[in-house]
Design a protein around this ligand. Structure first.
Ligand SMILES: [Mn+2]
Length: 371
């Protein structure tokens, strides 16, 4: 079994050729299929998948096999993601001393997503992973059975450069692609908040996944691809599998034009009333989660948000730990009667919905659509 190493590849595209880019599929092969269908993916296109195929979803093995089949088609390239690389690393180094960590991970994934990559691998080899010892017991059978899948993951390039773009899961440490040859796979794949942290302005647009774009928001909670024109970075991770209101994005690059399609499986409703947008909205994200609780109520609590200094009411159910708040936006969305909204959560005070990738409150009447 091999482990991924930093590999920097370049590829020639044809003039006018579409490049479709997605990533962070995280065990959602059905979402990927939907997006390829929506974009009309065909043999003339180049498909670039920015890695993180595995975990945080219902079908990691299915997602991996779907990606392998696409790459075998000859016009798709998948890059390695930090989760993919780390999973291989864990399986490769699995022994008595580390089995308990993997067992704990498998158990916690059952709670969050119902399954995990290792559980799926074990199941296909006839192991149910009922106790800690089963984790190690399944290893040899897994290594033998999934040689093709593991070789594929280990073979994935880290950085891909075309005439006009650079693709990488997390980000580039150095400005030019080839200067990153000495960086480790994890430095380039697990580059958190790349668009904020990198000091570089790149010569070509750098297209990345890994960091859910919502985490770059301080006013608005949104999941659509995000352009940083100053640094020339296009971030496309819609938080699929990580956030219940997230989505999988697929960006279409053609002749310098950028468009995208996105997919989630939230239930859809039709707005029966119009409402106007609230002014000066606030988004409390994981990056700015600290609050001071001023008055705790049963349903709503009054808090001071430390990052912005704002005092506001948040649902009490979102408060946790020592003064921390889960993702929350107080934005009242602009909505026209008859528009389609994705239902995120119903509350006694109205609904939290997503419209065109933006999350906020809808306070009017609505009609449910059959799913
Ligand atoms: Mn990642």
């Amino acid at each position: 079994m091999k482990l991924p190493e930093t590999k920097i590849r370049s590829l020639k595209t044809r003039p006018g050729q579409r490049i479709l880019v997605t990533g962070d599929i995280h065990g959602h092969p059905g979402y990927l299929e939907k997006l390829l269908e929506m974009a009309g993916f065909c043999k003339d296109d180049l498909l670039v998948i920015l890695g993180d195929i595995l975990e945080k979803g219902p079908d990691s093995l299915g997602a991996l096999r779907k990606v392998m089949a696409l790459c075998e088609g000859g016009n798709a390239v998948c890059l390695v993601g930090n989760v993919d690389a780390w999973r291989l690393h864990i399986i490769y180094h699995l022994q008595e001393e580390t089995a308990e960590d993997l067992w704990n991970y498998v158990v916690s994934c059952r709670g969050w997503w119902g399954t995990s990559f290792y559980q799926e691998l074990a199941a296909e080899c006839g192991y149910a992973l009922i106790c800690k010892e089963d984790v190690l017991a399944a290893k040899e059978a897994i290594l033998a059975h999934f040689e093709k899948e593991f070789d594929f993951l280990a073979s994935l390039p880290t950085v891909l450069e075309t005439e006009d773009y650079i693709f990488v899961h997390g980000g580039l440490k150095e400005k030019l692609p080839n200067e990153n040859a000495g960086c480790s796979v994890f430095e380039l794949t697990k580059y958190d908040a790349f668009a904020e942290k990198t000091p570089h302005r790149f010569d070509k647009w750098v297209v990345v996944g890994h960091w859910p774009v919502a985490l770059y928001g301080y006013q608005i909670q949104q999941y659509n691809p995000l352009r940083n024109a100053e640094k020339r970075i296009l971030s496309i991770d819609g938080g699929c599998g990580v956030k219940s209101e997230g989505q999988l994005n697929l960006v279409i690059l053609q002749d310098g034009e950028v468009s995208f399609v996105s997919y989630d499986d939230l239930p859809k409703v039709i707005a029966k009333e119009s409402q106007t947008a609230s002014e000066n909205p606030l988004f409390i994200s994981w990056s700015t989660r600290k609050v001071e609780v001023l008055k705790k109520g049963e349903e709503l609590s009054l808090v001071r948000h430390l990052h912005s200094g704002r005092v506001l009411e948040v649902p009490t159910s979102l408060l946790y730990g020592d003064g921390e708040c889960m993702d929350y936006s107080d934005y009242v969305l602009p909505v026209e009667e008859g528009e389609t909204l994705s239902m995120v959560q119903k509350t006694a005070h109205g609904c939290i919905v997503k419209k065109d990738g933006v999350v906020g409150w809808y306070l009017g009447e609505y009609e449910e659509l059959p799913s």
